[in-house]
Design a protein around this ligand. Structure first.
Ligand code: NDP
Length: 310
């Protein structure tokens, strides 16, 4: 009798994941829930936002693998079984995210939105580029994705500061930690990149007051979760000009409602939650390694701390 891994995702390619996982673990049976006759054979679940009560169906589950880096949708469920929960932790995923962040920062650093406007008016409008060292960028969240992005920005010569929960030492990055240092960190950010997980401690963290602590004209880039920022305050501060621009990949409610004023703002760039995605080619090996570890009685890597929420 082979162990079964049950797969659920409305976003990801089941056949591709099945093929890659079975190449790594030929004795693993990968199936969708509707193709499983004996639920007691299911040992592992690889899931992205499965339906309510999904987990109740598998009495012998040993491992839940979140098909992504952000676990907020999973840890807030009340049907999660009392087993290890892991997240994807893939250097290629971090690279893809760092690429998006670098693009968004460079776009502001090199004033590309301004030149795009000038081009439409057929205007040759020279502006001398700023040296990257003079531009102060703050990265909130220095985890797997945030740290990689902060390092990429530092490598480009920007003055980078980072903020996290616990103290850190990262070469070339001024590290702040804890709520007590948040306003000192924010006051200095000309470009703020939000890379925090959504947890009870971070939801609504960037409220009107904290956004107001940013220097006038600052740009904001949110690639983690929409509910970390008070969206109404964000809109007001973009309208008032306190915030100069925003690049938003994530929103409090997705898809972003057609009625949102953000759609029509010239100073806002919207992308539909794709700054980084799960990459089966590189992540399948990591998932397989965790299943092997579990079979050998070892604890899996990249375990989520359910109390902390990330
Ligand atoms: P990690 O869990 O590896 O890191 C989280 C970071 O945030 C850590 O540095 C942590 O601090 C910090 N943090 C958490 N809570 C607090 C707090 N209360 N105060 C201060 N700092 C805090 O996450 P990743 O870097 O892997 O991913 C970040 C988020 O990106 C994901 O949770 C997900 O929501 C989002 N994401 C978005 C994608 C997209 O396409 N838009 C794709 C993938 C992920 P410490 O280091 O001290 O623990």
């Amino acid at each position: 009798m082979r162990d079964i891994l049950v797969f659920y995702s409305d976003f990801d390619n089941y056949s591709q994941w099945k093929q890659l996982l079975q190449r790594e673990l030929p004795d693993l049976d990968v199936r969708r829930a509707e193709d499983i006759e004996d639920p007691s054979q299911v040992r592992y679940a690889l899931v992205w936002k499965p339906p309510i009560r999904f987990f109740h169906r598998w009495p012998n589950l040993e491992l839940v693998i979140n098909l992504g880096a952000g676990v907020d949708a999973l840890v807030s469920r009340d049907d999660l079984p009392d087993v290890a929960v892991t997240r994807l932790s893939d250097p290629n995923m971090a690279r893809m995210m760092a690429g998006y962040v670098l693009f968004a920062v460079l776009r502001y650093a090199r004033e590309i939105p301004f030149f795009e406007r000038m081009q439409r008016e057929a205007q040759w409008c020279y502006r001398h580029p700023r040296s990257p060292e003079t531009l102060r960028i703050g990265v909130m969240g220095l985890g797997e994705l945030g740290k990689r992005a902060a390092e990429e920005l530092a490598r480009q010569g920007f003055s980078v500061a980072g903020w996290s929960r616990s103290p850190k030492r990262l070469e070339g990055i001024e590290c702040y930690h804890g709520l007590d240092s948040l306003s000192a960190f924010l006051t200095d950010c000309e470009i703020l990149v939000v890379m925090l997980p959504s947890t009870p401690d971070t939801r609504g963290l960037l409220d009107a007051e904290r956004l107001a602590a940013l220097p006038r004209g600052a740009s904001l880039i949110n690639v983690s979760r929409g509910d970390i920022i008070d969206e109404t305050a964000l809109i007001e501060q973009l309208q008032s000009g306190h915030l100069g621009a925003a690049t938003l990949d994530v929103f409090a409610k997705e898809p972003l409602e057609v009625s949102s004023p953000l759609w029509g703002m010239q100073q806002v760039l919207i992308t539909p939650h794709l700054a980084s995605v799960a990459l089966p080619d590189s992540a399948a090996a990591q998932i397989a390694e965790n299943i092997r570890r579990l079979r050998q009685g070892k604890p899996p890597h990249h375990r989520v701390d359910l109390q902390r929420g990330y």
